[in-house]
Design a protein around this ligand. Structure first.
Ligand SMILES: Cc1cc2nc3c(=O)[nH]c(=O)nc-3n(C[C@H](O)[C@H](O)[C@H](O)COP(=O)(O)OP(=O)(O)OC[C@H]3O[C@@H](n4cnc5c(N)ncnc54)[C@H](O)[C@@H]3O)c2cc1C
Length: 444
C-alpha cells in the first residue's frame, strides 16, 4: 500500500546501497532532508563497494536479477560520467565439468545464454587448451598436468561478451560527488553510529553517534552492509563474511598483453581473476564463507552482549594478510591458469568483507519489529552491479510501491531458509572462522 514519504531521512552507510538511495530520494522527493552518515569519507577504503574492480554480469539464471542487471548495466554504460570507468571485456565462466552443484549452475547459465543471446554475444571454450589459449593467445600452450599441484580444474568454459569490469572506486567517487551537489543531502562523516535511538514502542527515532551526538529523522535507513550487526540484531538473516584477495603488479609489457582480457572465474574452485586495471591483476578466491565471530554489545539492550560475525579489515589491523595456506592454494591454481605469474610477489593482499544473507537475496524492506527503520543491505557478493537501481528500489520500498516479486525476494521473512548463495557464486560447504585462515605480517 502506498505510504506518505518522510520529510527527513537518515541513511547510515555510504556504499552502493547508501549513496544510490540518497540520490534516488533527492531525485524523487527533493523536499526530503537526507543525512548520510559514514565511518569514513567515500569512497570508503575498507567498504565492500570500493575496490579496483567489480564485474557487471547480467548472466543470472534467475530471470528477475538478469533483467535488472541488464537494465542497470545499460544505465551505467550510457552515463557519461561513469563511462570512463567502464570496460566491456566479457566474463569467462569455467568449471571442472564434474557432477556437482556448481557444475549444474554452470550448465544452466550456459543453456540460458544460448537461448537469450545471439551467438555473437558468447563463445564456447570446449576444453582446457581452448580455455588457456583464450586467455593467453593462440600460440600459447597450457601447463603440463605433471606440473600441477592437483587435478586440472579449468576444463571448459564459455565467455559472455556482454559482461563488463568497472573501476568501482572511480564510480563511487562520481556518486559521492553527485550527492554533494544535491542541496537536500548532507553528510556526517568520520564518526560511526554507535546505536539506534529508540522511542516509544521500539520505534526508531534516529541514531546516536560514538561521540554522543543524537541525530533524529522520521525514517532511518540501515545501509551498513557487513557492519550491520553492530546496530541491529540480525536474527541470523545475514552474516559478515570475508573474501581473500591478492594483487599482482604487472610490468608495462605484461599489462599491455593482458589489459583487455575478460574476467575469468572457476565456479567450482571459486578463483576469480579480473581484467587488469591500473597496472594490477586482481585475483580472489570465493569460499563457503569466512566469519569473524565476536562478542558485541547487544544492539537493542547495551547492558547485554550477543555473538555475531563482524568485519576486521586491514584498516583495523594493518598486519593482516592471507594465511600461508590460502596464498598457497591461490598460487597452486595460478600454476594451471596463469603459470607465468604463479611465483610473482603479491603487491598487496586484503580481505574484503561482505554482507551475506542466508539465501543470497538482498534485504530491502522495513524492519519487521522496529517502526521507521528500513533495511537496504544484503548485497551478498552480487549487489554492486545494481548501483543505479538500488536507490530506486529502496525509495519504492519506503513508499510501499515496490513490485510484489521484489517484496517477496527481498523481505526479512524470505531469509529464514538457509540456502547456498548461488547468485554470488559462493562455493558450497560450511563457513570457517576467519581467525583460522588469516595471516599476519611480522614486520610493518
Ligand atoms: C570480494 C568481493 C567482490 C565482489 N564483487 C562483486 C562484483 O564483481 N559485482 C557485483 O555486482 N558485486 C560484487 N560484490 C558485492 C558488492 O560489492 C556488495 O554487494 C556491495 O558493495 C555492498 O554495498 P553496501 O553499500 O551494502 O556495503 P558497503 O560498501 O560496505 O557500505 C556500507 C558502509 O556503511 C558504513 N558503516 C558501517 N557501519 C557503520 C556505522 N556504525 N556508522 C557509520 N557508518 C557505518 C561503512 O563504513 C561502509 O562505507 C563483491 C563483494 C566482495 C566482498
Amino acid at each position: 500500500m502506498a505510504q506518505d514519504f518522510p520529510d527527513t531521512i537518515i541513511i547510515i552507510g555510504a556504499g552502493v546501497f547508501g549513496l544510490s538511495t540518497a540520490l534516488a530520494v533527492a531525485r524523487h522527493h527533493p523536499s526530503t532532508k537526507v543525512t548520510v552518515i559514514d565511518r569514513h569519507t567515500p569512497p570508503v577504503q575498507d567498504g565492500t563497494s570500493v575496490d579496483t574492480s567489480k564485474i557487471l554480469r547480467p548472466d543470472y539464471v534467475d530471470k528477475v536479477y538478469e533483467k535488472l542487471a541488464d537494465k542497470a548495466q545499460a544505465l551505467i554504460k550510457n552515463d557519461p560520467e561513469l563511462q570512463p570507468h567502464y570496460f566491456e571485456r566479457g566474463f569467462t565462466f569455467c568449471t571442472d565439468g564434474k557432477d556437482g552443484e556448481m557444475n549444474t549452475l554452470w550448465e544452466q547459465m550456459f543453456d540460458n545464454i544460448k537461448v537469450t543471446q545471439p551467438a555473437a554475444k558468447w563463445n564456447e571454450l570446449k576444453d582446457p587448451g581452448t580455455v588457456y589459449r583464450h586467455l593467453h593467445g593462440e600460440d600459447s600452450d597450457s601447463t603440463p598436468t605433471s606440473e600441477l599441484a592437483g587435478p586440472r580444474m579449468w576444463m571448459k568454459g564459455y565467455t559472455s561478451k556482454r559482461c563488463a569490469t568497472v573501476n568501482a572506486e572511480g564510480m563511487i567517487k562520481v556518486y559521492y560527488d553527485r550527492c554533494c551537489q544535491q542541496p537536500s543531502i548532507n553528510f556526517v562523516l568520520g564518526t560511526p553510529v554507535d546505536r539506534l535511538l529508540y522511542g516509544a514502542d521500539s520505534c526508531v527515532d534516529g541514531v546516536v553517534l560514538e561521540d554522543g551526538r543524537a541525530l533524529r529523522a522520521q525514517t532511518t535507513v540501515l545501509a551498513t552492509g557487513a557492519w550491520s550487526s553492530r546496530l541491529v540484531n540480525l536474527d541470523h538473516q545475514m552474516h559478515a563474511n570475508a573474501v581473500g584477495i591478492a594483487y599482482i603488479k604487472l610490468s608495462p609489457e605484461e599489462y599491455e598483453k593482458y589489459k583487455d582480457i575478460a574476467c575469468h572465474t572457476n565456479l567450482v574452485t571459486g578463483v576469480n581473476l579480473f581484467t587488469p586495471l591500473g597496472g594490477y591483476l586482481k585475483i580472489l578466491r570465493r569460499t563457503a564463507g569466512l566469519r569473524n565471530t565476536v562478542t558485541l554489545k547487544d544492539p537493542k539492550d547495551p547492558s547485554k552482549t550477543c555473538q555475531a560475525s563482524y568485519p576486521l579489515t586491514k584498516m583495523d589491523d594493518p598486519t593482516q594478510t592471507l594465511s600461508a595456506e590460502m596464498e598457497q592454494s591461490i598460487r597452486d591454481e595460478m600454476r594451471e591458469i596463469l603459470p607465468q605469474f604463479a611465483n610473482h610477489p603479491f603487491a598487496q593482499t586484503k580481505f574484503c568483507w561482505l554482507e551475506q544473507t542466508t539465501n543470497g537475496e538482498f534485504l530491502i524492506c522495513p524492519h519487521p519489529k522496529h517502526n521507521n527503520l528500513h533495511l537496504a543491505t544484503g548485497g551478498s557478493l552480487h549487489g554492486w552491479k545494481f548501483l543505479p537501481l538500488l536507490g530506486e528500489f529502496v525509495v519504492d520500498s519506503i513508499s510501499g510501491k515496490l513490485e510484489d516479486v521484489l517484496v517477496r525476494k527481498w523481505s526479512w521473512e524470505s531469509k529464514t531458509d538457509a540456502k547456498q548463495n548461488k547468485f554470488g557464486f559462493m562455493t558450497p560447504g560450511e563457513p570457517r572462522e576467519f581467525q583460522q585462515v588469516i595471516g599476519h605480517l611480522s614486520q610493518l
